[in-house]
Design a protein around this ligand. Structure first.
Ligand code: AMP
Length: 554
């Protein structure tokens, strides 16, 4: 397939705002893609060259891409820069310098981009620029536009994972009904390219039966919440396992022979941050396994320290020093795969029995504190003990429950002291924009525009302007944490209050608030009153509080 065909579809998608039309355009195109190219086409349509978790980055900053365009067009950087400033989009600026006849194949582009990603070491910037330039030299204007946007990691077609899964369902099964099968498979194997390939080569049944592959992260199960512990009678029934809810960082550890990989809740590879956990997992008496737990910081006696302490371990540099300074322990609570056996559909009681056999109390790893309860009173007593010792709360787990990958299911229920007081849970919102500060905050961002996730439309919908609860240090950190873009990002809905700067919807913040009121100033139609920043969350934007959940709270 020619890359120009893909570029033309991108152009159509870009001009479409309706979700259904977008899905249908894509479905038609995916059907036309050859069996062997479908995987690549799926990644590229999502603006990537590998699945999210694969940690493959082109490593090209805006300046480098600009130099690539200038090199290909044989002009000065300043000339491209002037166009960029005038047009406001580097992709469109690149169009002006590209005049080749369409000749690139999808595969050539994909391989070329992979080669750019693989270049490292000294002189790598120059080599990356040259490679991009050589692709651009062989591009027509429309191809150059999208090539540059992919290189920048900003394709902005408005098609997210969900749109592609929906389109695949229509393209290869003829109906939307298969969507739930594909979505479920994507929870167990969050690699769209792989799922697409399985669907086209082996059919829907194979997708339905997709199994865990050690090394590929599974989207993590989340907890539901109840109004009172009495509700357990109808939700889980008794007996249940009641566990301490640790306030740290969720880790999914994959062990394949001697190799260990750690994933965060956002499915990022965080192996290098925790060499101490890696070596503990290396020693477990297993051949292959996927286990999950919460990593917490501990003092010399093994007591759990607050969340802020373990956060110091989230770093790229000085890792060895921080391993010494901030000892951690993984409190394990689940096993999803063991010695060749996929346990995702096995009930919790059996999974837990297996877990007990492989996890013995050690310095860096041990089982989460838990007890078996036959009634509400027992859960209540355990909760009181945990909270008195400074714990965050409890998680109640159905003994017969499967692991519901990527789902906030009823097999896990969380209970925290705030709920007892009848207070609402906090909101996990996605940052979609920022406002420049005034007065003491001049020169920095002073407030953020935050959105909830609409899982039906696969969009981020504005819900509140957040300006309270930030310390000066946090405000200093914000520009580094937020990826600024010069246009409203794809999949973002905002009206009324619009930000000074748009931000890629990537960062999730936990926000407290007083109440939800009707409001025309946000796209959701409701606003959170008196929002207050609590902390950054390690969640994917699609795991933020959903519009549906907010509407249920009204
Ligand atoms: P929340 O983020 O409030 O929805 O709570 C769910 C999170 O609690 C999970 O993603 C885990 O990171 C964390 N957690 C801590 N302890 C446990 C536990 N024993 N079982 C399950 N999740 C736990």
């Amino acid at each position: 397939m020619k890359f120009v065909e893909l570029a033309r579809v991108y152009e159509k998608l870009e001009a479409t705002s309706s979700y259904n039309s977008m899905r249908d355009i894509l479905a038609k195109f995916l059907k036309a893609a050859g069996k062997d190219e479908l995987r690549v086409v799926c990644y590229l349509t999502l603006g990537r060259i590998a699945p999210h978790f694969a940690d493959v980055n082109l490593g090209m900053a805006e300046k480098m891409v600009l130099r690539g365009i200038a090199d290909a067009g044989n002009v000065q950087d300043s000339s491209v820069l002037a166009d960029y400033k005038r047009i406001g989009d580097l992709g469109e600026a690149a169009e002006r310098y590209a005049s080749a006849k369409p000749q690139l194949s999808v595969k050539e582009v994909f391989d070329g981009l992979h080669s750019i990603a693989e270049i490292g070491g000294s002189g790598s910037q120059e080599k990356k620029v040259k490679l991009l330039s050589s692709l651009l030299q062989r591009s027509s204007s429309i191809e150059a536009r999208y090539l540059v946007r992919i290189a920048l990691g900003d394709l902005r077609l408005g098609a997210g994972d969900k749109t592609v899964l929906d389109a695949l369902a229509i393209a290869y099964t003829g109906s939307k009904e298969a969507r739930s099968v594909l979505e479920h498979a994507f929870m167990i194997c969050p690699d769209i390219g792989k799922i697409a390939e399985l669907l086209v080569k082996k059919g829907l049944k194979a997708v339905e039966n997709v199994n865990i592959e050690v090394g590929i992260p599974i989207q993590m199960m989340l907890c539901q919440r109840v109004e009172s512990l009495d509700e357990l009678k109808k939700r889980t029934g008794f007996p249940v396992t009641v566990e301490q809810k640790y306030d740290g960082e969720r880790i999914q550890a994959h062990r394949l022979g001697r190799k260990v990989v750690l994933y965060s809740r956002r499915l990022e590879n965080i192996t290098s941050q925790f060499p101490d956990i890696v070596s503990a997992v290396e020693k477990l008496p297993v051949k292959t396994a996927v286990i999950e737990g919460e990593v917490v910081a501990v003092d010399a006696k093994g007591n759990v320290l607050p969340f802020q302490v373990v956060m110091q371990r989230r770093r790229k540099y000085d890792v060895a020093e921080y391993v010494r300074r901030v000892p951690v322990s993984l409190r394990v609570f689940d096993v999803l795969f063991l010695n060749g056996r996929d346990l995702i559909r096995t009930e919790y009681e059996k999974r837990y029995a297996l877990l007990r056999k492989i996890i013995k109390k050690g310095k860096s790893v041990e089982l989460a504190e838990s007890t078996l309860c036959n009634d509400v009173k027992c859960a209540e007593d355990f909760f009181q003990d945990i909270v008195q010792e400074g714990g965050e709360g409890i998680v109640i787990k159905s003994l017969s429950g499967e692991y519901q990958a990527g789902v906030r299911g009823w097999n896990w229920i969380k209970w925290k002291p705030e709920y007892v007081a009848g207070l609402r849970d906090t909101f996990d919102l996605v940052v979609i924009g920022a406002f420049y500060g005034r007065g003491r905050r001049a020169g920095k961002y002073g407030a953020l525009l935050c959105a909830a996730y609409d899982d039906k439309a696969d969009q981020f919908v504005s819900f509140c302007k957040l300006g309270t609860g930030f310390t000066d240090e946090l405000l200093d950190e914000l520009p580094e944490k937020l990826r600024k873009v010069d246009h409203k990002p794809a999949r973002v809905e905002a009206k009324g209050i619009l930000p000074d700067v748009w931000i890629q919807p990537e960062l999730v913040v936990e926000v407290g608030g007083a109440e939800i009121t009707k409001s025309p100033t946000h796209a959701l139609g409701f606003a959170l009153r008196f929002p207050r920043f609590l902390r950054f969350r390690e969640k994917k934007p699609e795991q933020a509080t959903s519009v549906r959940e907010i509407k249920k709270m009204l």
